[in-house]
Write a protein that binds this ligand. Structure first.
Ligand code: PMP
Length: 429
């Protein structure tokens, strides 16, 4: 096959210039086995980012591959105009993982589509138009999802954000209310009430938040934030949407869904990425009452609920349960957090280590007192990790957060390797 240089040249000539690649000297990944990736030269890397928080049970997991292959060989496409067992069975299995009355599943192909549909649903159900999302949020690249997104890198200067307001980010590290303030959650949520009063018609369709901000740099909200934000949103007639695209499916370790870490039950939940382990599978789950609103109209999606994605989704769910991957996220997440906190004792570049389970962020700062973002240093650590055989992500509003969200099957030995590599990378910067 073509070399990485040739692939890059082809990409530059023929593929969207808007896409970006990681690393100054990009690598070509040609194979994956569970938590490991292999480049074209056969070099092995530990995958600390899972194809952007998507490969939940590991690359090419044999049971997931077998389920998808079998379905491909049997029947791969029908659309929902005919009955196929997988869509019905998967919906039942997914609904069983949801709390409360969240029992009706809509299947689509990406997180963006899921959020578009969730907002449409909320608008149709409430009869209201305005929506409130959070600053620094990422909800996708299709028009409604991009309107909800508030991360400067992902914005285009087109007027599709009409009716969407962005509330103060509940960031206890950089915001005005810190972890020492027991009422921080309530105080940040007050901005949602203010936006309802001053930035909307007084009635809203929806409040949407990632349960833990992903692209935004693994921002974990203070206790009580979602509870209070939901109360303000519901008082204004709005539905509450939890975007679980990154935080869901066991990754937090303590809970299956990110919103459960905040003790709330949303009205609509959107999910993608990890639920399919790499196939185009996303879902919106809501209550029968809300689903009724859309029942009067046809909602159709050619590939949504296709037999192959459904078979793969069912296999992923089964593997998470059978292999205890949520418990593993808790265990390995605790090991990594302890390791990174140990590194913080000797590397003053580490400003904060945060995140539950295997949804981790390490924020790098030039100075702990001023919290000046260490963007260039973060980029250098990130490059050095690759040289040493570890692939991770980076992000945050200032590009200074190392994002560590590996497949949930990583082991204690992998975690030790990861800590050693990051230690060495920090030492060289
Ligand atoms: N929501 C969140 C929280 C995400 O992280 C992403 C993707 N990074 C999306 C939605 C959009 O998903 P997709 O790229 O599958 O459209």
């Amino acid at each position: 096959g073509p070399s990485p240089e040739e692939i890059l040249a082809l990409r530059q000539a023929y593929v969207s210039p808007g896409i970006f690649h990681y690393y100054k000297k990009p690598i070509a990944i040609v194979e994956g086995k569970r938590q490991y990736l292999f480049d074209d030269k056969g070099r092995r890397y530990l995958d600390g980012f899972g194809g952007i928080v998507t490969v939940s049970v590991g690359h090419c997991h044999p049971e997931v591959v077998a389920a998808a292959n079998l379905q491909n060989e049997t029947i791969s496409h029908t659309t929902t105009i005919y009955l196929n067992p997988n869509i019905a069975l998967y919906a039942k299995e997914l609904a069983a993982k949801m709390p409360g009355d969240l029992k009706v599943c809509y299947f689509v192909n990406s997180g963006s589509e899921a959020n578009d549909l969730a907002l449409l649903m909320a608008r149709a159900y409430t009869g209201n138009y305005d929506a409130i999302a959070l600053r620094n949020a990422y909800h996708g690249g299709s028009p409604s999802a991009m309107a909800l997104t508030s991360h400067h890198t992902w914005k285009f200067n087109v007027p599709h954000s009409f009716g969407v307001q962005h509330a103060q980010m509940p960031d206890i590290y950089r915001g005005p209310f810190g972890s020492d303030d027991p009422d921080a959650g309530k105080k940040y949520a007050a901005d949602v009430a203010d936006l309802v009063r001053f930035g909307s018609s007084g009635k809203i369709a929806a409040f949407i938040a990632e349960s833990i901000q992903g692209v935004g740099g693994t921002v974990v909200f203070p206790d009580g934030y979602l509870k209070h934000a939901y109360e303000h949103a519901r008082a204004a007639g709005g539905l509450c949407i939890a975007d679980e695209v990154q935080a869901g499916f066991g990754r937090t370790g303590t809970h299956f869904w990110g919103f459960e870490t905040q003790g709330v039950i949303p009205d609509i939940v959107t999910m993608a990425k990890g639920i399919g382990n790499g196939c185009p599978l996303a879902a919106v789950v809501t209550t029968p009452e809300i689903a009724k609103t859309l029942a009067t109209r046809i909602h159709f999606n050619t590939f949504g609920g296709n037999p192959v994605s459904m078979a793969q989704g069912r296999a992923v769910l089964k593997v998470i349960e059978k292999e205890g991957l949520q418990a593993n996220s808790l265990k390995i997440g605790a090991q990594l957090t302890a390791g990174f906190n140990r590194l913080a004792e000797k590397h003053s570049l580490i400003g904060q280590v945060r995140g539950p389970g295997l949804m981790l962020g390490v924020e790098l700062v030039k100075d702990r007192a001023t919290k000046e973002p260490a963007r260039d240093e973060c980029a250098a650590v990130f490059e050095k990790c690759k040289e040493l055989g570890l692939l991770i992500g980076k992000g945050g509003l200032f590009g200074n957060v190392l994002r560590i969200k590996p497949p949930m099957c990583i082991t204690e030995a992998d975690a030790e390797f990861m800590i050693e590599v990051i230690d060495e990378a920090l030492a060289t910067v």
